[in-house]
Design a protein around this ligand. Structure first.
Ligand code: PRP
Ligand code: MN
Ligand code: MG
Length: 186
């Protein structure tokens, strides 16, 4: 295959595996929100963009989409712990049913901050849909169980890229998710 694939040590979730799981998640959301729509799917830029695009198309209900851009990682491989809002919502979410859509819950800091921030804006409900959850590595009572209602896969404690996940802004366009070779980032 060559190209970007050669920068990976291994593939964790292939494109068809991701696709099947996202379809299941879309069905679950469709079921749960039959009486709670339109659903506002809130994508957290930039990592959520492929997942949001696929998940929204797997939901068979009226959906609206908005975006926030936050950053906790900058250019590194470790969370800085500081969450910055780079772009806020375009419209108020008062009375709306909101699903925050994220590619990954790692330390949990981003979503913990976002959920509290959004709850302060009086939405009808706030749930989390995350494709990957690094649950096993989280420490601290509040972060261990983020209460994400929709989770695609448990994620091993590796630096993963692809399907929205980046290293220094690259690899988001990989259609699968994998682990970078250490040589690539050292
Ligand atoms: C990554 C990822 C999540 C967040 C998870 O975003 O997309 O949004 O970190 O990490 P946490 O649970 O430790 O907070 P990043 O800050 O790299 O921005 P990006 O989505 O633009 O790549
Ligand atoms: Mn992100
Ligand atoms: Mg990133």
């Amino acid at each position: 295959e060559g190209g970007l694939r050669e920068d990976l040590r291994e593939v964790l979730f292939d494109a068809d595996v991701i696709h099947d799981r996202v379809i299941e998640m879309g069905r679950a959301i469709t079921r749960d929100y039959t009486d709670k729509h339109p659903v506002l799917m809130l994508g957290i830029l930039k990592g959520s963009y492929p997942f949001l695009a696929d998940l929204a198309r797997a939901v068979n209900l009226p959906v609206t989409v908005d975006f926030m851009a936050v950053s906790s990682y900058g250019a590194g491989t470790k969370s800085s712990g500081v969450v910055r809002i780079m772009k806020d919502l375009d419209r108020a979410i008062e009375g709306r049913h909101v699903i925050i859509v994220e590619d990954i819950i790692d330390s949990g800091l981003t979503l913990h901050y976002l959920r509290e921030n959004l709850r302060g804006r009086s939405p009808a409900s706030v749930e989390i849909a995350a494709l990957l959850d690094k649950k096993a590595v989280r420490k601290g009572k509040e972060l261990e169980d983020m209460g994400a209602r929709y989770v695609g896969f448990d994620c091993p404690n590796e630096f993963v890229v692809g399907y929205g996940l980046d290293f220094k802004g690259r690899y988001r366009n990989l259609p699968f998710i994998g682990v970078l070779r250490p040589e690539v980032y050292s």
